[in-house]
Design a protein around this ligand. Structure first.
Ligand code: URP
Ligand code: ZN
Ligand code: ZN
Length: 469
């Protein structure tokens, strides 16, 4: 099956140019002017951009958290991703305490298989860094799970100590893996949470007040120092929210260390003011790290433009405000009367591409090429999927989005495809929208119509990170 995409402007991380793209089967077969392909299906992309499909390297489908599960599964979440122009995700498997990594990997593959509509990779959340687990990390890398998330927060649940972090950093570098760090000082946060609750400060906004930006800055700096002590090994900070942490990334990059970080749309568009929404609505924004004061947003945009930050992911981890799902009565409401029991996370897998196009490119904060770089190409490189994913090139997977730069729409839970009963950006008007979404040569979204099918997504065996960025 051949498809010819004609008349569009191809946009990659480095170039914009007018050319046709011939897709043959699952791959990009040819790029050039006025291509001919008898019998091929044609897609007219005149006046549109032809970009590599978005790659979201931070999602949590069905994540167990605080007595419930993230409300999107691999079917609903990847379908929503496709509607937003994302054609690959990397989700996080979670190691059970004391359990082999393989068991967690297999459990997540089971959740994804038969459900995912787009391709997916897996990171591994490591909760106990034993000698056995350090050995198992090598098998994981060989089998395509080449990145490992560690937590400096959530004591007693996910948090690991500095010695464990150090050992994991050394090991990851030996075997060609990458450590991804949740950098917040969990010990200090726990003290602040207990003090707030003792004073009957229970409203959602206390989630933010007990997780100050200094706690993120301290942990980020400590993590990079540990990576430096481990021999200057690569380290990737996930969901960076605050200038305090950004300064640490910059410091270590300026020293020539392989320091990387992602931020997420919530930290670019929402702020601590959202916690003051009426009633219990502040719970919509309870995520970790929390939303920050508005002035951080400009600094994060500058960080993205200057390559202090290399990736925009989503940390998609939705929990319903009212309706439960699959018989689960309460999600965010688990924390009524105690902010520390509100499940942490918010939806975003569907809205990342158009929020960042509108807020970034249309508002002149980043160039068109930089947008593609941040949302597709560098994620593919750092997470070991390039050039199979993340670019428009002959031989790459035909994961292609035809993007209409003029289309506008209003974000709303009434029309989104994520399985969650609110949208953090409700009512926001955005310019720019995917009109055709192709995954490995198959059109899976055509305007507002879903043409894919569950289970067509494939597990991607990822390689070692490509670190030149
Ligand atoms: O609040 C968040 N971020 N929930 C998901 C888990 C994590 O730490 O990424
Ligand atoms: Zn995290
Ligand atoms: Zn996360």
């Amino acid at each position: 099956m051949k498809t010819l995409i004609t008349g569009g402007t191809i946009v990659t991380a480095s170039d914009n140019y007018k050319a046709d793209v011939l897709v043959d089967g699952e791959k990009i077969a040819m790029i050039g002017k006025d291509l001919k392909a008898a019998g091929a299906k044609r897609i007219n992309a005149t006046g549109k951009y032809v970009i590599p499909g978005g790659i979201d390297v931070h999602t949590h489908m069905e994540l167990p958290f605080g007595g419930t599960f993230a409300s999107d599964d691999f079917e609903t979440g990847t379908r929503a991703a496709a509607f937003g122009g994302t054609t690959t995700i990397v989700d996080f498997a979670v190691q059970g305490m004391g359990e082999p990594l393989e068991k967690a990997r297999d459990a997540w593959l089971k959740k994804a298989r038969g459900k995912a509509v787009i391709d997916y990779g897996l990171h591994m959340i490591v909760r106990d860094v034993s000698d056995k687990v350090l050995r198992e990390m090598e098998t994981m890398v060989k089998e395509g799970v080449s990145s490992f998330k560690l937590f400096m927060a959530y004591p007693g649940v996910f948090m690991v100590d500095d010695a464990s972090i150090f050992k994991a950093l050394v090991r990851a570098a030996e075997i060609g893996g990458l450590i991804c760090m949740h950098a917040e000082n969990g010990g200090v946060i726990d003290v602040l949470v207990k003090r707030a609750l003792a004073k009957k400060n229970t409203a959602p906004k206390w989630h933010a007040l007990t997780r100050p930006p200094e706690a993120e800055g301290e942990a980020t700096g400590r993590a990079f120092r540990l990576a430096e002590m481990a021999g200057g090994v690569p380290l990737y900070i996930v969901h960076l929210s605050a200038t305090n942490a950004l300064e640490q990334v910059r410091l270590f990059r300026d020293r020539g260390l392989p320091a990387y970080a992602e931020t997420c749309p919530q930290y670019l568009f929402l702020s601590v003011d959202n916690y003051d929404e009426p009633g219990f609505d502040g719970a919509k924004y309870v995520m970790s790290p929390p939303l920050r004061e508005k002035w951080h947003q400009d600094e994060l945009w500058k960080g993205l433009a200057r390559n202090d930050l290399q990736v925009i992911s989503t940390d998609h981890c939705p929990f319903c405000m009212k309706e439960g799902f699959q018989g689960q009565p309460k999600q965010k409401e688990l924390g009524i009367g105690d902010f520390s029991k509100i499940p942490n996370g918010a939806p975003g897998v569907e809205t990342r591409m158009y929020l960042t196009y509108d807020g970034g490119v249309v508002q002149n904060r980043i160039t068109l090429n930089r947008w593609v770089d941040l949302t597709s190409t560098t994620p593919a490189k750092l997470m070991g999927m390039f050039p199979k994913k993340g670019t428009i090139a002959v031989g790459s997977d035909a994961d292609i989005v035809v993007w209409d730069p003029r289309a506008t729409h209003t974000i709303s839970a009434k029309t989104h495809h994520m399985r969650v009963d609110y949208n953090p950006y409700e009512g926001r008007k955005v310019k720019g929208k995917p009109v055709v979404v192709m995954s490995r040569g198959e059109v899976i979204v055509d305007k507002d119509k879903f043409l894919g099918r569950k289970g067509r997504g494939r597990f991607i065996k990822r390689g070692s990170p490509i670190l030149q960025t």
